[in-house]
Design a protein around this ligand. Sequence first.
Ligand code: ATP
Length: 239
Amino acid sequence: MNTSTPLLSVHDLEVRYGPALALSAVSLDVPEKEVLAVLGANGAGKSTLARALSGLVPPNGGRITFAGRDITGASPGAIRRSGLIHLPEGRGIFPGLTVHENLRMALTAAGAERDGAIDRAFSIFPVLGERRRQRAGTLSGGEQQMLNLARALMITPRLLIADELSLGLAPKLVDLVFDGLERARAAGVAIIMIEQFAHRALDFADRCLVLQRGRAAWSGPASAAGNEVLRHYLGEAAS
Ligand code: ATP
């Protein structure tokens, strides 16, 4: 593949919920191995963008190209199999299954190699290894989020959409989530990060896109998105 072609390219994306316009004329690129922080106030359209990219809501207009293929309107399963994994806000795990069973199911669903993958996940997140026989629903919020992340990292996606992974977590657990994402980045995974901790996301990301009422209001290098940009577009949400 031509290395100058971005891994993900979104052009003029539009999403409606019935008559309500949730995203309008949103364009963005994510090059291989880069991290894009998507910021915006409540209701700005961040989760809708994540859902549209992963096929959970159908776009009403625009084009999404991933790894050289047009995936506009493709099914969530086809998009996942092509290497774009969406970790939704909240916990996407099976609470009644053990930690080990949750990891095994993720591999089966992806048709991925089992050998060594679960042990690798336990070496990245030792606490999950200690709790391998525990039901996932009995883990703490932070541990559940770790399991969520471990399931995605085990199948080495090309692009990970991390939607509010640190939501509601204590600061120490937020550190763990960022550690996990750092490992993903080090393994060459590109990341779209939707994050309530704007400063933290900007420290981590290469580029930033600010959404405002469903439109791209600002985009540029993460290092250039200073306090003024955050105050202007996020108001009190900047933290
Ligand atoms: P938050 O930070 O609160 O999660 P967000 O930036 O992720 O917000 P979205 O959840 O994408 O924003 O919502 C964008 C707009 O679409 C909002 O006006 C919201 O009310 C609306 N919306 C979201 N989901 C639906 C839905 N299933 N049906 C109708 N409207 C929706």
